[in-house]
Design a protein around this ligand. Structure first.
Ligand SMILES: Nc1ncnc2c1ncn2[C@@H]1O[C@H](COP(=O)(O)O)[C@@H](OP(=O)(O)O)[C@H]1O
Ligand SMILES: [Mg+2]
Ligand SMILES: [Mg+2]
Ligand SMILES: [Mg+2]
Length: 421
């Protein structure tokens, strides 16, 4: 038997057979460890699989085969976000942005509508039964035919250069009506049961409009737990080691060396890869910086002073001994930046107890930070509850940090908030 034949029998028969056997029978720990190793071997033999193989801070050799699932969800989410991010970039460079003001006085653009329609159509192609909690809906487009036409042109033009990649997310949307229907399928009420995607087609719309940071955000929640997360950040540097300074949020126009896709799957680590135009590029593992001295930390906060309390945050930073100025940037690019170790702490202290954070503003960023070795809670240290609807109504404020630093950060956050009560 030639070595080629031996290798392909191994590849096509022996490994799948052993994996099947390992998943069918209850196995002692040492055998399930071998099964884990076997899974890794299959990834070696099937290199096109997008699964991230590096050891994440959360990686456990005892994890079951089941936790290694979500390959297809991750691939579809990455391709869908990549395609939608290309659409948003085309709006930024060549169109009027068709900006409207929503009932809560926040802006929405043709980029938001187009990106949501494309991503929901990708999800529904690959996972027809799944629900989506999306930020936008088609009401404005149904009322305004010229706006609808603008979005439809954009959606038709947004195509991945690789046809196999494009096929995986269902190819083009068939008609303008199908586009409106897709947009409206982001109407799930959310909840604690089953598979629900949280989608923010452009997070940081204000940043997008002023040429700052923004992110296309998608997360799969399983039984209310963010499990797969993808962030498309066209204006962040590709280099995970690039320094994070105040200019990152101010003048972040897309250019050479910019454009990143971040991703994570629960239990499998977090990664970044350059944002391309076709097939997915190779990923690199990312992790939070391991700092021991709080005074070395850099903290990130919103540019918009109405979205979090800059005064309280400056007070907290100074009580923690942080001397570096905060890095202000729009969107979940903040979560991505701390996850890759460019910054360390995310602070979003509320102005009002009554503001309910939206699940699509956090789900993807939270799983990416968790898988990079961090944790995210509300300002009182309560776990974020993504399973109670479209908002985090049982939580108040958001704090993210490397696991080892979070208790100290929360101590000071609570001290500052309690003093105001
Ligand atoms: N008063 C408020 N407090 C906190 N977040 C708010 C807010 N008003 C709007 N937001 C949210 O802040 C998001 C942007 O976050 P950041 O400040 O980190 O860039 C917005 O997302 P969109 O831009 O998707 O609408 C919006 O959902
Ligand atoms: Mg919005
Ligand atoms: Mg948002
Ligand atoms: Mg948005």
């Amino acid at each position: 038997m030639s070595p080629h034949v031996t290798s392909s029998s191994f590849k096509y028969f022996l490994i799948p057979l052993l994996i099947l056997a390992a998943s069918l029978f209850p196995l002692p720990t040492f055998v399930s460890r071998s099964a884990t190793r076997l899974f890794q071997l299959t990834q070696h033999f099937y290199p096109s699989s997008p699964t991230i193989l590096h050891r994440s801070p959360n990686f456990s050799t005892n994890r079951s085969i089941a936790t290694m699932a979500y390959d297809k969800e991750l691939e579809v989410a990455l391709l869908a976000v990549q395609r939608a991010t290309l659409l948003t970039k085309s709006v930024f460079s060549s169109h009027s942005k068709g900006t409207l003001t929503k009932s809560d006085a926040s802006p929405v653009t043709i980029g938001d509508f187009g990106a949501q329609a494309l991503i929901i159509s990708s999800i529904k192609h690959a996972f027809p039964e799944d629900e989506v909690v999306g930020e936008e809906d088609a009401d404005d487009l149904r009322k305004d035919s010229s706006l609808r036409e603008l979005v439809w042109e954009l959606v038709q033009a947004a195509k991945l250069e690789d046809s196999a990649a494009e096929d995986k997310i269902g190819g083009p949307i068939a008609s303008s009506d199908a586009m409106l229907d897709a947009l409206d399928k982001g109407n799930s009420a959310g909840g604690r049961k089953g598979r629900i995607w949280a989608l923010d087609p452009i997070d940081g719309t204000k940043g997008f409009l002023r040429g700052g940071q923004y992110a296309v955000c998608l997360a799969l929640m399983v039984d209310g737990v963010p499990t797969v997360g993808v962030l498309g950040c066209p204006n962040l540097p590709v280099d995970d080691k690039a320094p994070l300074d105040a200019s990152i949020g101010a003048d972040a126009d897309s250019g050479e060396g910019k454009g990143v896709l971040f991703s994570a799957v629960k239990g499998q680590g977090a990664a970044s890869r350059p944002l391309g135009k076709g097939a997915l590029q190779t990923s690199n593992p990312i992790s939070m910086k391991s700092i021991t001295n709080m005074s070395d930390a850099t903290f990130c906060e919103s540019v918009e002073s109405g979205h979090s309390n800059h005064g309280d945050q400056a007070n907290i930073a100074s009580k923690l001994g942080i001397t570096k100025p905060s890095v202000r940037m729009d969107s979940q690019a903040k979560y991505a930046s701390i996850a890759r170790g460019a910054g360390d702490v995310y602070l979003r202290l509320p102005f009002a107890k009554k503001y309910e954070e939206k699940i699509w503003d956090h789900a993807a960023g939270v799983v990416i930070v968790q898988e990079a070795g961090g944790e995210v809670t509300d300002a009182w240290g309560k776990p974020l509850d993504f399973g109670i609807g479209r908002t985090l109504k049982e939580n108040n404020g958001i704090v993210g940090a490397p696991k080892a630093l979070l208790p100290r950060v929360l101590e000071v956050v609570k001290e500052v908030l309690s003093a105001k009560e």
